[in-house]
Design a protein around this ligand. Sequence first.
Ligand code: PLP
Length: 446
Amino acid sequence: MTELRYRLPQRRELVSEVPGPRSRALDVRRRAAVAAGVGSSVPVYAADADGAVVIDVDGNSFLDLGAGIAVTSVGASNSAVAQAVSEQVAHFAHTCFMVTPYEGYVRVAEELAALTPGEHEKRSVLFNSGAEAVENAVKVARLATGRAAVVAFDHAYHGRTNLTMALTAKSMPYKAHFGPFAPEIYRMPMSYPFRDEPGLTGERAARRVVSRIDKQIGADSVAAIVLEPIQGEGGFIVPAPGFLPALAQWARTNGVVFVADEVQTGFARTGRWFASEHEDVVPDIVTMAKGIAGGLPLAAITGRADLLDAVHPGGLGGTYGGNPVACAAALAAIDFMRAHDLPARARRIEAIALPRLRALAAECDAVGDVRGRGAMLAMEFVEPGGAEPDPELTRAVAAKALEQGVILLTCGTYGNVIRLLPPLVIGDDLLGDALDVLEAVVRAVA
Ligand SMILES: *Cc1c(COP(=O)(O)O)cnc(C)c1O
């Protein structure tokens, strides 16, 4: 692994109360100008960020264990990305690929064909957001199969547009009162080892799904199964081994398009380029966004050429989709991930953090489960002696960690999961420091 260099000092340092006076002043302006429906996890406003550190407007340095929700894997101001972006923007910021195409888009598509699982012939389309990628995967699957039904899962998160709200499981805050929702979405039980009946293997959990599909939809009406290989917002749920391969196999046998939503798990996050690889699953279509472009908004679908090429010219696209600046950022970020072997870096983060989280769970009844892969790790908090979710404790842990200078995100259907999503470039020292804080906070609060 090559040495990583940072622009900003990689340290945690608080110089004001949290939030400080400048963040509080900005928050007053924000409330008068920004819609209340947009929330923020932390009450501090960013002024600068690099590596695994975010500096706020009051000069506090926070350790960032959220990476802007798994986006800034290469750091929030990666110098290679910054240079590629400024070079591209100095030439052209936009032509619209649907008007005047350019090489950057083609190169990103070539990279995605090489990086995503499977050796088959592939095609890609680029978009702006994860939700847009998921929407388009469904469009392609419906057109290519001539079928309408789409299977999604309990605890799923696929976005906030109308179709992706329908695919998303959790009502509050994502769906409540935003309906009516898109039709022909069928929700199936997920494999959730911590909460499933003991002994429910991945294969049996998959058979439960298949049986419901057969009874409630009919396999020959299903266009696609859309599934996160590790569920993100839903609680970093890693399905039991065998669940994903069994569903992918069933999809193949029945002419159903298996869509792996790797928006959160993709691009080295879980210790492989894509989480599907942990069980040798080759999806028909992969959706990507978040970690793809070092923080620039870019999303993609990559899938079987026969599926993607089934769509008529003009059927897919968008004004900004595959913006040249975002493509330049993606190419630089991908080069960086390769050169610095960030999948290995994610595995190292797991090797450091997971044993410490497990030890914490062993000593602390409130930590019901520890799970995840690579740099996508989580603790699920429960009421001691059972499995009843404890979202208040979870919120308290995140709040106390922030007071100590660590940005921690929560997630989960029951709001009782602390998720660790550090930038993959986080140094060992900093990660150790963040875990020290986390351990102290959990011991103090639980
Ligand atoms: C974040 C996320 C999305 C939505 O991506 P946006 O860019 O926010 O639209 C979709 N699927 C998964 C798995 C995600 O984590």
